[in-house]
Design a binder for this molecule. Structure first.
Ligand code: ADP
Ligand code: MG
Length: 374
């Protein structure tokens, strides 16, 4: 289990911060639900406010590296948070982009999107090919792009490109690179080549999820794009850059949904990975880290060489505006926030519903859920 020996990266170099962006998806009114209006709203490109359930005369204001409101397009998210880090991957550096947040808040929309609204994954892979193709052959490097695709489910590492595979181990080589022996790695020559492997593997995952009760919201889907460049004049000179694109498991508190048995075990495992991820991001971003607890979960162990250190990392926290997400939104924001401020001013409502009543309702729901788990 957890070992206490792994200290943060050697040397005096401070590990790099994780850039934190929050994306609020549009309000999706369900015809059969009472429409209380949104409980969270953006203020500007870095700040948002949420109603304070403890005191309706207050709202809580949060500050992030970036805030994307409901009108932000897929293109805008990609251009401002993801595209700038991609050139580093061609220079042998590592990068990671992950979507965090409760189920239903827009993680898969952000990472994968749809054929009309392509998400981060197709855009980033296309851009990596564009960057490689734009390289001048006279520079002397030959580039090769490859992919792996895996799922971390219940603290097991499963190869999505090789169905029926068993739990795979995570190892570290003498240069502190993390790798997975036995994981399928496919060399890809174009975006459509990528798509031909990625789409069926994603479908496999979706099919498994309907059988196994929303497994997809309980597992972390990890796509790895690896760029290896070889110095033509000196063939043993190689540099490898890794890009992780991750659709995380839902961050909702499963204790509140009354899971039992296997589901409860899953929740515990998911909570361990997400909880450890939050500790890792916290210790990287607080700047006072003595020990970054990468080894405490599979997810963070896998990301050890691609999150913090010299890597470039972005976390996109997805949130939903509806009241039923209120407490999961609150905890996702507390995970993501650089700072938070309680403002002595009621949340600005955009609907006519009296705020006190709706807050009271949210609190009662929360308390009922809390007592239901005892
Ligand atoms: P998650 O993966 O976090 O469970 P999804 O990405 O599946 O959430 O999003 C839930 C629903 O909301 C989907 O129907 C999705 O299409 C929609 N949605 C999410 N984000 C947006 C957005 N920014 N704009 C429009 N629709 C969105
Ligand atoms: Mg999803």
């Amino acid at each position: 289990m957890a070992q206490r020996v792994a200290l943060s990266e050697g040397g005096n170099k401070k590990p790099s911060r994780v850039r934190v962006a929050v994306r609020l998806r549009p309000f999706l009114a369900q015809p059969d639900e009472r429409d209380d209006g949104p409980c969270v709203r953006g203020l500007d490109s870095q700040n948002l406010e949420i109603i304070n359930w403890r005191n309706a005369t207050e709202s809580v204001k949060y500050h992030f590296d970036a805030f994307y409101g409901e009108k932000t397009t897929q293109q805008e998210v990609f251009l401002s948070s993801v595209k700038p880090i991609l050139p580093h991957v061609l220079n042998g550096q590592n990068a990671s982009v992950f979507a965090y947040g409760p189920t239903g808040a827009g993680k898969t929309h952000t990472m994968l999107g749809s054929s009309e609204q392509l998400g981060v994954i197709p855009r980033a892979v296309r851009e990596v090919f564009n960057l490689v193709n734009a390289k001048d052959a006279n520079e002397g490097w030959d580039y090769k792009i490859g992919m792996s695709y895996l799922e971390i489910y219940n603290e097991k590492v499963l190869d999505l490109l090789s169905p029926n595979s068993q739990d795979l181990p995570i190892r570290e080589d003498k240069d502190k690179n993390i790798f997975i022996p036995g994981l399928t790695h496919i060399t890809i020559s174009s975006f459509s080549d990528f798509d031909s492997h990625f789409v069926p593997a994603s479908l496999n995952r979706t099919t498994a999820s309907t059988k196994l009760n929303q497994r997809s919201s309980r597992s972390h889907a990890v796509l790895l794009i690896k760029v290896v460049r070889t110095w033509r004049a000196l063939h043993h000179r190689q540099q490898t850059g890794k890009l992780y694109l991750i659709d995380l498991a839902g961050s909702e508190d499963n204790r509140r949904t009354g899971n039992q048995g296997i589901r409860l075990k899953e929740s515990g495992a998911i909570n361990l990975s997400l909880f450890t991820l939050s500790k890792v991001v916290d210790s990287l971003n607080s700047g006072t880290a003595i020990r970054v607890p990468y080894r405490d979960s599979k997810l963070t162990r896998l990301l050890q060489d691609s999150l913090g250190g010299s890597a470039h990392s972005v976390m996109i926290t997805n949130i939903a505006p509806e009241y039923k997400y209120y407490f999961d939104t609150f905890s996702a924001l507390n995970f993501a926030a650089k700072s938070k401020l309680i403002v002595n001013k009621p949340f600005t409502r955009e609907t006519v519903a009296p705020p006190v009543l709706t807050v009271k309702r949210a609190r009662e729901t929360h308390e009922a859920q809390e007592s239901g788990t005892e």
